[in-house]
Design a protein around this ligand. Structure first.
Ligand code: GLN
Length: 490
């Protein structure tokens, strides 16, 4: 049983194909495991065991008919900001606690078509604002490597569920690091695809010029299989790009000879713990020893990224979250207080403190008289950063650096220190501002906690990013250690 649970998605797919296990047996095994482990980890907001059982029956019928899709019959978890027809989608917010979408997000529909089995909707920071999942309106989630530590955020439920083997893969969303940072903290693989690579139709919007959906998985191969299922143009999302998506699984050659890797020096400063930098430098040394050409590069604007992001993201959120007015969906409070009174009461009660702060900051930054000083200035900074990335990518094929400055921090340590919490994303945010693909792969351990290696690629070059990640994974040989997170008795 334990052996089945700790398999990768690709491995369990082969077992399903070989009839060594049925989708129904596999789903029962996962549901039993969830009942045992979930009380410790608390990764789920809405577990969906009955839906999973029904999906497993249908998947098994397709397997019996000879279908071979890699996700067919595989249990998967979904971040709770992805719309699921008939299953409540809360965004970890009181304001959407009772919202049941009438439609599926495009990525959800694609996973359904591919035959994946949904085991539930997983926890996150409210509206994806945060870096520890502690800003969920419902409950915290614990890191499977050490239950006293945060799993990262905002896709903390996705990362913890995969690390604790409660799902073979999960979808998350990444606006400033929310896939990569929790992936690094929980010792799993996480990919933020290029802006435009994956449809956001049905993703509850946070900051629309930055949001992307991507997979969290146990291996790079699994990440490629998930991306194959979700990438591509969608007529429902005008920002999805009409470029052919290659077969990412086929791009995974264990060879990076001649690949030019840039080491952005600014990504080793900015509060990066020396042991983390050391672990990543060792990884880079190994990559060099198998033929990568390594050179130092510089992205001076990266140091302004946090300041730029914390104008643009709140500005966009203040506009996106205006729709939660108690009229159209979700919570309604104070119906007797008239139209404006009802809206005020609903928003005051429905949103958590972090979300309210961001709406206020964003509204301020966009108000007349301040727009030029804040929003416009931030946009100009963003353009400069994009240009610097473009210049660097004329010399190198990809950039390598740490995903986060430190490993997972203790629960409660940063909730009252907003700047320290935001600094957890200092190395991931530049990638969102420039719209680039970024992958976090487990790189080693510091004090027994996983550390992530971040690989940043050219726009729409997920194939190279995944290939480097795959090569690193084969070199690192961490798989066996990663199978058994130390915080759990599995
Ligand atoms: N922690 C960052 C924020 O709070 C990034 C979140 C995300 O990527 N969704 O905005």
């Amino acid at each position: 049983m334990q052996e089945l649970l700790t398999l990768s998605l690709a491995e369990v797919h082969r077992k399903l194909q070989a009839r060594e296990v049925s989708a129904i047996e596999l789903t029962e095994a996962i549901l039993t495991h969830i009942s045992a482990v979930e009380p410790q980890v608390q990764a789920f907001i809405t577990p969906t065991p009955e839906l999973a059982r029904e999906m497993a029956r249908r998947a098994q019928a397709r397997l019996d008919a000879g279908e071979r899709s890699p996700l067919l019959g595989v249990p998967i978890a979904l971040k709770d900001n992805l719309c699921t027809a008939g299953v409540r989608t809360t965004c970890a917010s009181r304001i959407l606690h009772n919202f049941v979408p009438p439609y599926d997000a495009t990525v959800v529909a694609r996973l359904r078509e591919a035959g994946a089995i949904f085991v539930g909707k997983v926890n996150m920071d409210e509206f994806a604002m945060g870096s520890s999942t502690e800003f969920s309106a419902f409950h915290i989630t614990r890191n499977p490597w050490d239950l006293t530590r945060a799993p990262g955020g905002s896709s903390g439920g996705s990362a913890a569920a995969v690390a604790a083997h409660m799902a073979y893969a999960a979808l998350g969303s990444d606006t400033g690091g929310s896939i990569r940072q929790p992936a690094a903290f929980c010792g799993v693989v996480g990919l933020k695809p290029t802006y435009g690579r994956v449809s956001r139709y049905g993703l509850v919007a946070y900051a629309s010029s930055l949001d992307q959906i991507g997979p969290l998985t146990k291996t790079v191969e699994d990440c490629a299989l998930m991306l194959n299922a979700i990438a591509g143009k969608d007529p429902h999302d005008a920002t999805s790009v009409d470029l052919p998506a290659p077969d990412y699984r086929a791009a995974l050659v264990d060879d990076i000879k001649g690949i030019r890797l840039g080491i952005p020096q600014e990504f080793f400063e900015q509060g990066v713990q020396p042991e983390v930098a050391e672990t990543v430098h060792q990884a880079i040394g190994l990559l060099e020893s198998v033929g990568a050409q390594v050179q130092e590069v510089s992205l001076p604007m990266a140091e302004q990224s946090l300041a730029i992001y914390y104008i643009l993201a709140p500005a966009e959120c203040s506009s996106n979250l205006a729709r939660y007015d108690g009229v159209r969906y979700g919570l309604r409070v104070g119906a007797e207080r008239g139209h404006i009174g009802m809206m005020e009461a609903t928003r005051a009660e429905g949103f958590g403190k972090e979300v309210i702060q961001r709406i206020i900051i964003g509204t301020y930054a966009l108000s007349s008289g301040y727009y030029d000083a804040f929003y416009l200035k931030a946009q100009q900074g963003r353009t400069l950063l994009r240009q610097q990335f473009a210049t660097v990518f004329q010399q190198v094929d990809a950039l390598v650096c740490p995903t986060t400055p430190t490993p997972a921090f203790p629960l409660g340590a940063l909730v009252d220190d907003p700047l320290a919490m935001k600094l957890a994303d200092v190395l991931t945010i530049p990638v969102n501002l420039a719209g680039l693909p970024g992958l976090s792969v487990p790189c080693g351990f510091v004090n027994g906690l996983p550390v992530g290696l971040q690989i940043i690629g050219k726009p729409f070059d997920e194939a190279t990013v995944l290939r480097i990640g795959y090569t690193w994974e084969q070199l690192a040989c961490l798989r066996d250690e990663l199978r058994l997170p130390t915080g759990l008795a599995i």
